[in-house]
Ligand binder design. Sequence first.
Ligand code: NAD
Length: 494
Amino acid sequence: YINGELIASTSGRTSPVFNPATGEKTHVVSLATAEETTQAIAAAKAAFPAWSLTSPLKRARIMFRFKELVEANVDELAELISREHGKILSDAKGEMVRGLEVVEFACGIPHLVKGEHSMNVGGGVDSWSQMMPLGVCAGVVPFNFPAMVPMWMFPVALATGNTFILKPSEKVPGAMMRMAELLTEAGLPKGVFNIVNGDRDAVDVLLTHPDVEAISFVGSTPVAEYIYNRGCQHGKRVQALGGAKNHMVIMPDADMEAAANALMGAAYGAAGERCMAISVAVPVGEGTAERLLDALTPKVEALRVGPGIVEGQENEMGALISEQHQNKVSGYIDQGVAEGAKLLIDGRGLTIPGHEKGFFIGGTLFDHVTPNMSIYKEEIFGPVLAICRVESFKDAVDLINNHEYGNGTALYTRDGKAAREFAQHIQVGMVGINVPVPVPMAFHSFGGWKRSLFGPLHMHGPDGVRFYTRMKMITSRWNDHDPSQSVFSMPTMK
Ligand code: NAD
């Protein structure tokens, strides 16, 4: 989608798109060539001068219209997401709502890019700052939130006056292609927002082309690190969000029923394919672990797994993204057993009647998982919850702080002091206290620590505005100063 038009790729290379609930290949997506990616950069560059000079108020009004159009088409978009991704329909709608909140935030852009002004910093001298757009920005996104993660990026980038190229995940390209049409319908000029479907070939052009100013990335840690290093080497501003292993600590005084219910949604929602999914439960004390298991086990056994779109009562968990990923998650369960963890509930080999070829894995629960096991150290990105027992609150904090990832974490307790200490000492970017998935609202910023994020700035909210703008300071003198003498010392206030 370049310069407001659909362009057929000439690469001859394609990638299959599946319906994970049936296992059926429904589409193929063409993978762009380097030349086609360069064409998109040229279109975005050509559109930048006029768009960057468009009043922020007008840009915000386009965002308002876009929001209305997405809302009017939300059912169609959610269905598209569910068919390509496999998540249940209500979850796909939830993703749309969370993405739209960033559009709502971007509607306030005139206020957010106001600079600061100081009058009379010197005799007759005034000084002010302006938040200026960067130019052509690009976004490279993962499969797990086909619409929401792109919406973490482009609404803020466009509203601040940049032009944008999105490289969607080749596994789920449909939703963003439809959203591009809605952006045009909302009044966005041609070339301001472009989509390049593709793989590493397209990404490498975006990372190295001199006309791209900034790259936002969300995906796995090895790719995030590559994007960060390569983009920085080529002089670009980069924010690269990576993988995660999120722990929930359950204290002896926690409301166990609330904690178990929270764990169910946080571990098994979207089949665990969320960067904020809880994949490790950390009960403090043996008694807590036993009570947690009593509350949790029957719920995992009763988990309703099946297609994301059904008549009547909705399932709780859908299919995984691909057969390859299904095999990878099954392989992790094999490894967990081989490494000596106790497999309490095994989701391998689940078949759903009528959907025998779907990429399903049932809710899986391991107990007695230890920090040296691969199922503890690595991100599985599937419906596999590990219980890692510890003896004390301090052990729980140390366990989390020693993990290489630091995206999200949660503590369940009734003890305010423990909660305060946890929030203060935990080395993680997003912390929930009795909140299992502490995803910040659009007007705050989203991002992890350690190997969950490369670069200083988080996404959307105030950091999003900082990422997509650079500050210009203007110092101006309008008075009757005497210009007849040169000054060779540092100018100071007289
Ligand atoms: P991925 O890293 O495989 O792919 C992400 C994007 O990068 C895709 O668009 C893909 O086409 C592209 N890509 C893949 N390999 C590349 C390469 N070698 N060079 C250049 N581009 C490449 O991730 P995924 O499997 O689509 O998504 C799942 C991952 O995303 C998980 O690790 C999850 O934790 C992470 N994620 C993180 C966050 C966060 O906020 N930190 C949010 C969502 C997902």
